[in-house]
Design a protein around this ligand. Structure first.
Ligand code: ADP
Ligand code: MG
Ligand code: MG
Length: 487
């Protein structure tokens, strides 16, 4: 069945829709700070006017596979250290300054801990698996699996509420008289409250009354409202206080006693350290010594980390490349059923290493002979790091071939395009867009024993961007937050 068209509104209705949308967003925190902001002035976040079509079956598969992915990635950290650690050691030699530094900090933390064991074995994953829909088959194809600092859980819930409000009041209809979509066609992501639920569970297992959650944030974060919605859910639903510090502030604002982490100002004990920073080299650039020292101090403390350094590193693009192989998956998930395995495998496109293996040799040929089918990815997070299509050959030539092993070569996914409308900075754009579906998951586990205490789905996110742009960074100005219209 084909999805129904987007609403077609007359000029007056479109203007009224725009006003209703802007005021709802400002009233309810579907907002973001502009560049160089002042505290009192935020803007409506870049969003779509209407929800974008997504096949029901694709959505179901993405949700069904999430808990398997959660378990797969944490098993690498717990049961497959003998495999993961040498791999990370290897990656560190290519990327000394970042991957290397993270890995070194992990090793130092172990070295400096009593009995060479981290004081806190519990670990919390707040993950997001991202997909595009293959346009011919409707199969979900994984873009990447994120294990650190996943964003937009807060704003995703809000944009779902917004589209539902607009639909219910009748703004999607020229006569304001009927709902253009059925309620169940435009679901609302529970990511705000379910990510908070994940943090709250870790707080419970930490087991200290009135302990608090520490958000580690970037200085001048423009997307702080997205994070705030999770904080509000923590206090409203769970009566858990949270604090926000930058990596630079950790040494002056916290103190350690018997490995326990306290906030100096209140002497509140920290149960969970939740990273919304620390995933990119720039997070350590201004004051490397102080910020890496902060990361080490937090890693060694008895607070539960989300994520631990090892869990963060397990999300490396290189790991994702290796996991496209069925044998690698079976090794990490020995009890996986045939149907789960085929569901996992169906989400992968080809990803190649650029090394001296047979696969690597083939990839080196493909990169030069048909670059238009590929994207080249370094071991980086947070957008803006990939090399696309025609740019691949000249980029590879510009660096030493010895460095190529630090990259993976991934087949380009071509999703269907839709002519939705995007609003950003008060301007409406009517262009072809493509969308990326993210599924959130939370998993609380013991890094030492491999025991899983809780493994859950935690809502979804749809981000869209102009089909002409390669990357979809919302804050960076290429993309927007969207919602799903299930058909
Ligand atoms: P990051 O960790 O920096 O977010 P991603 O792997 O998500 O890195 O790549 C960034 C963006 O590049 C994605 O959001 C998507 O828009 C685009 N992209 C990445 N891989 C592919 C692919 N295989 N096919 C099409 N687009 C892709
Ligand atoms: Mg990522
Ligand atoms: Mg990404």
């Amino acid at each position: 069945m084909a999805p129904k068209e987007f609403p077609e509104l007359g000029e007056t209705q479109l203007n009224e829709l725009k006003e209703a949308l802007s005021q709802w967003s400002l009233a309810n925190g579907l907002i973001m700070y502009p560049p160089n902001f002042e505290q009192y002035n935020a803007n409506v976040a870049p969003i779509t006017l209407y929800p974008t079509p997504l096949p029901k079956s694709s959505f179901k598969n993405a949700q069904d596979v999430q808990k398997i992915f959660n378990e797969l990635y944490i098993n690498l950290v717990t049961k497959q250290k003998s495999w993961l650690l040498p791999l990370l050691q290897d990656l560190s030699t290519f990327d000394k300054d970042f991957t290397g530094k993270l890995f070194e900090t992990y090793q130092k933390a172990i070295e400096q801990s009593p009995n060479k064991k981290l004081v806190q074995p519990l670990s919390l994953g707040l993950f997001r698996s991202d997909y595009m829909i293959h346009q011919d088959t409707n199969e979900i194809k994984q873009i990447e699996f994120n294990t650190v600092s996943v964003s937009f859980g807060g704003l995703s819930s809000k944009v779902g509420q917004l589209h539902n409000y607009l639909n219910k009041v009748g703004y999607y209809d020229n006569n304001y008289s009927y709902k253009y979509y059925e309620d169940e066609e435009i679901p609302i992501s529970k990511s705000s409250t379910e990510l908070a639920q994940g943090l709250a569970e870790a707080n419970t297992h930490y087991g200290v009354n009135n302990s608090v959650i520490l958000f580690i944030v970037q200085p001048g974060e423009r997307n702080c409202f997205d994070q705030r919605h999770i904080e509000y859910a923590l206090i409203n639903d769970h009566n858990i206080k949270s604090y926000r510090l930058t990596l630079e502030e950790v040494s002056s604002q916290t103190t350690i006693k018997d490995n326990k982490l306290y906030l100096k100002s209140t002497m509140d004990e920290v149960s969970v350290v939740y990273y919304r920073s620390g995933y990119a080299p720039t997070d350590y650039e201004v004051n490397p010594e102080k910020t890496w020292e902060a990361r080490l101090l937090l890693e060694k403390s008895s607070a539960i980390k989300s994520p631990s350094i090892l869990t963060q590193l397990a999300g490396a693009k290189k790991v994702q490349q290796i996991l496209t192989n069925a044998d690698a998956i079976k090794q990490a998930l020995p009890d996986i059923t045939e149907s789960d395995l085929s569901l996992l495998l169906s989400t992968f496109v080809s990803i190649y290493p650029l090394d001296d293996t047979e696969q690597g040799k083939l990839a080196k040929k493909l990169a030069f002979e048909q670059p238009e089918n590929f994207v080249l990815k370094p071991q980086r997070e947070g957008g803006g790091n990939n090399i696309y299509k025609e740019n691949i050959p000249s980029f590879l030539k510009s660096i030493d071939e010895k460095e190529w092993g630090a990259y993976i070569l991934m087949e380009i996914i071509n999703p269907p395009t839709y002519r939705n409308k995007i609003i950003r900075n008060n301007e409406i754009y009517h262009e072809d867009i493509i969308s990326e579906l993210g599924i959130f998951g939370t998993i609380l586990f013991n890094e030492e024993t491999g025991d899983i205490i809780s493994n859950k789905n935690a809502g979804f996110l749809l981000r869209s961007k102009f089909s002409t742009s390669n990357e979809g960074g919302v804050a960076a100005g290429f993309g927007c937050v969207d919602n799903i219209y299930l058909y």
